[in-house]
Design a protein around this ligand. Structure first.
Ligand code: ES4
Ligand code: ZN
Length: 326
């Protein structure tokens, strides 16, 4: 349709994407075979049937299990290359990709294998598709502060190729304050800062991400809407929220896509963006997310273009590059 073509043709930046969450069941099977790793599924259909989640933890258990097929530099390359092919088809021209080193280093996979595989796919994507990209090293918040510091130390040789650090995994019970010191250390090394906050956690976790982590961007942020003083603060500071509609539906942050607050966020003046989060697990890439909210909330082309503009103003791109797309 006309709106489909408009969405695909709209130049977009994707700011909230976990590369491990782009592992499609077909590639999971191919890598399981290539690496001789057993997986607890009989078929691709069997895998897809397992993707029914009632909350974030439900999903995370399956997501970490799926990542076990990723073993070599070639695996990380192929994973990211497949994401870039899909993103290019969706009109993504810039992507800031989160990766979870601890999910791999804790299984004995060297940090170098993970990041060099990703970097090779990023260079290829630039050459093949003209997609620019950068990396966001995400700390797993269910693990310790010390483990996060160790991960930052491991990343030292590649710091010039990492744009930011992030904070993901189980939110409830692991407030941002737990990582205030490691975020300060990352900032001192010149890295930008993002954090998942207000997906399942309360509005106070968003406040902590701002005050204690000094986050440059908030991943999700949905529950900020419960605190109008916080909304006002986010609006006045021009804070970008990386919102993920199909993720919100699949993880039961909302009951129905028709209830998604994306248009309310825009009406309040929040700098909301639309992203896919874990597209292989949540049923769609970035254009699918735009289409889902356009249909569910009746967004017009002006609103969709605003969301795409917000993705460039919220990106960690040089000012003049971002401005060329807004
Ligand atoms: C995640 Cl949706 C979400 N929330 C928190 N951590 C994550 N890791 C991958 N997807
Ligand atoms: Zn996420």
């Amino acid at each position: 349709t006309d709106l489909d073509n408009f969405i695909t043709g709209l130049p977009k930046a994707e700011l909230h994407l976990h590369i491990e969450g782009s592992l499609e069941p077909e590639l999971m099977f191919a890598l399981a075979r290539r690496n001789d790793v057993a997986i607890p599924y009989a078929s691709v259909e069997d895998v897809r049937a397992a993707y029914a989640f009632s909350n974030l933890q439900d999903f995370l258990d399956i997501y970490y299990a799926g990542a076990d097929v990723l073993r070599t530099r070639a695996d990380f390359h192929d994973l990211a290359a497949a994401y870039f092919d899909r993103a290019a088809a969706d009109g993504v021209i810039h992507a800031e990709i989160m990766f979870d080193p601890q999910t791999h280093t804790d299984r004995g996979i060297p940090f170098a294998e993970v990041i060099e595989g990703l970097l090779s796919a990023m260079a290829e994507a630039e050459a093949r598709h003209g997609i620019s990209s950068s990396l966001i090293l995400s700390f797993l918040r269910h693990l310790s502060e010390e483990a996060a510091f160790d991960t930052l130390t491991m990343a030292e040789p590649w710091l010039d190729r990492i744009a930011a650090v992030g904070l993901d995994s189980s939110e409830l019970g692991h407030p941002p304050e737990k990582f205030a010191r490691v975020f300060a250390a990352a900032a001192a090394k010149g890295l930008r800062l993002v954090a998942h906050a207000g997906e399942e956690g309360p509005p106070d976790y968003v406040v902590q991400a701002l005050d204690l982590l000094k986050a440059d961007r908030i991943d999700h942020g949905n529950r900020a809407l419960e605190d109008m003083a916080l909304v006002d603060r986010l609006v006045r500071s021009g804070m970008t929220l990386t919102v993920c509609p199909l993720s919100n539906l699949k993880l039961c942050v909302i009951d129905r896509i028709e209830e998604h607050p994306i248009d309310r966020m825009l009406a309040l003046g929040l700098k909301a963006t639309v992203n896919s989060d874990d597209p292989a697990y949540f049923g769609g890439y970035v254009a699918d997310n735009y289409r889902a909210i356009a249909q569910a909330r009746g967004l017009d082309k002006a609103a969709l273009a605003q969301l795409a503009r917000n993705s460039f103003t919220g990106a960690f791109l040089p000012e003049e590059v971002a401005q060329a797309h807004v």
